[in-house]
Design a protein around this ligand. Sequence first.
Ligand code: HEM
Length: 407
Amino acid sequence: MSRSEIRQSAEPVTDWATDFDHARSEYNENAPEIWAQLRTECPIAHTDRYGGAWLPVRHADVSQIAYDTEHFTSEDVVVKWVRPESSRPIGGAPPITSDPPFHREARRLILPAFSPEKVAALEPEIRQFCRQLIENIGNVDVVDAADQYAKHIPAAVIAQMLDLPVEDGDKFRDFVHTALESISEDQEVRQLGFQKLDEYLDLRITERSQNLGEDLLSFLLQAKIYDRQLSPEHVRGTVALLLIAGIDTTWSAIGASLLHLATHPKDLARLVAEPELIPTAIEEFLRAYAPVTMARVVAKDVEIGGCPMKQGDWVLLPFPAANRDPQVFENADEVIIDREVNRHAAFGLGIHRCIGSNLARLVMRVAIEEFIAKFPEFAVADSTQVTWSVGQVRGPRRLPVRVIRRA
Ligand code: HEM
């Protein structure tokens, strides 16, 4: 597709049911309202953009597609204008881009690194990092809770797991931008971004293979599938996945939780008074503000909810919309921080369910605990300055809050 076609396809949306574009800023800014409207008017929306894509918003349809690995492939999970040659069943970033049966092997390999015990051991360092960040913000009245706080934490955590330099955080976030947010930007610039990511990872992989340690990258360099060492592309793809899947997602989830607290003083006061409620509140923040929508490609023609999905079509899986389905959740659009039953789909459904969920929950808990311990009262300073990400990961990117600090 030529650049002018891309620009044309980036025309404003006039009808979300027949011409949606999830990469336009108004989608993430108004997503819950758009899903609510679609749910009653057209629960599986379609667009001709991106060469043809579907957007189911009901929990039942999202779930059916997520579990159906026969008709839907994960070979590409980020919708883009031009789809590269098929790379089934491994894909460019295993296991998220892998299909069965290879997927099971690629997933099994990295699961132990994210076990509850391994993850719990990271808590002291994460807490120390959050405290230091708050300390560095200094004695100001207005803090950008997304840009000065949330965005830094997940990058530091994953850098530590892979033993990559924490100072490379900005680079990692550039890679995330390239992979997830830049689908409607200049495609040559995007390609250059991927090239930089590959070069960065190749360099780190070469260095590490000459000096193996106890970290996750060293583990991958020595790991085997089907009795064979992983290919360099597999190692690079998995490391890229961990960087990308681990950063934008958790940053968005922390930011959205803090935005909720900055606009709901009663909930903030309750969490300050009853910190033991924080894990339950986090599940509700994950449900109501779930950040991650992944995609599938139709592998074989199939009909879902009366819609004829053709081989090669994109299908977005908006887990965040499924989490707001009133058929599944009572008062789905209300945020109830002590909601008792909460089987949300924020971490996905089916074989690709998030491997990093223990880690994400820990990072969210520590980040929120430390923020509200230091700032027991805070509120959005200027709502016109709050901005949202664009694309398949949804969360606040600017979030200035006026804070009252605890001595
Ligand atoms: C709040 C934070 C997070 C959310 C909401 C989230 C959400 C998700 C979702 C919805 C999927 C399913 C993708 C699909 O069906 O195609 C997924 C998969 C995955 N996530 Fe996360 N994630 C988060 C944090 C993390 C972290 C911190 C890591 C690791 C550093 C991680 C690693 C992965 C991996 C490796 C997969 C692929 C699993 C597979 O294909 O079997 N995630 N995540």
